[in-house]
Design a protein around this ligand. Structure first.
Ligand code: ADP
Ligand code: S3P
Length: 172
């Protein structure tokens, strides 16, 4: 079995995923890092050289491949859940958790972490605030399909592991 973390950029998918995997004794994978290592390009380069559409296809293909691995915690990118029928695929093949955060909290986390994220790297502060609110509104219906939702700002890894194990016997 596997756990897939979804949510907006900056919601903590990577940090939480690593901690969750360690606590559960599962392997950890971050979808963006797998893509970067397999293509030998950064996400920013892929967006720039091949365009977002090609990146989304690659992202979806890589997701499908990783969803065959067992005992895995997978952190997705902020857009992974929202293209093709990714949420259906994720939910069929994993226990999915949405790390939920408000637009204001996401802004506070992302304002100093724009450079590596191609969708926001050129935005000023006011534009970033607007961009987050608009995109979160569009993406939440996809994120809300996750099996479980967690308040990302208050996350406690031990409690999350206990909860997920209680709910899903196959994760024990
Ligand atoms: P994502 O993978 O969803 O884009 P990251 O794990 O890269 O998010 O986290 C984004 C930023 O928020 C990083 O600077 C990270 O250190 C910080 N962060 C992540 N989780 C927490 C947390 N629980 N409390 C405080 N800061 C956090
Ligand atoms: C994206 C989020 C990024 C990365 C790419 C696109 C998005 O991942 O996949 O920059 O569409 O929200 P993080 O959520 O890990 O920043």
């Amino acid at each position: 079995m596997r756990i897939v973390l979804i949510g907006f950029m900056g919601s903590g998918k990577t940090s939480t995923g690593k901690a969750l995997a360690e606590k559960m004794g599962f392997e950890f994978a971050d979808l963006d890092r797998v893509i970067e290592s397999e293509t030998q390009s950064t996400i920013a380069e892929l967006f720039k050289d091949q365009g977002e559409q090609t990146f989304r296809k690659l992202e979806y293909d890589t997701l499908n491949r990783l969803l065959k691995k067992d005992s895995l915690v997978l952190s997705t990118g902020g857009g992974t859940a929202c293209f093709f029928n990714a949420m259906e695929t994720i939910n069929k093949n994993s226990v999915s958790v949405y790390l939920k955060m408000s637009a204001d909290s996401l802004f506070n986390r992302l304002v100093n972490e724009r450079s590596k994220r191609p969708l926001i790297k050129d935005l000023g502060e006011k534009e970033l605030r607007h961009f987050i609110s608009e995109l979160l509104f569009i993406r939440e219906p996809y994120y809300n399909k996750a099996h479980y939702k967690v308040k990302a700002k208050e996350i406690q890894i031990g409690a999350l592991v206990d909860f997920l194990r209680q709910e899903n016997q196959q994760l024990v």
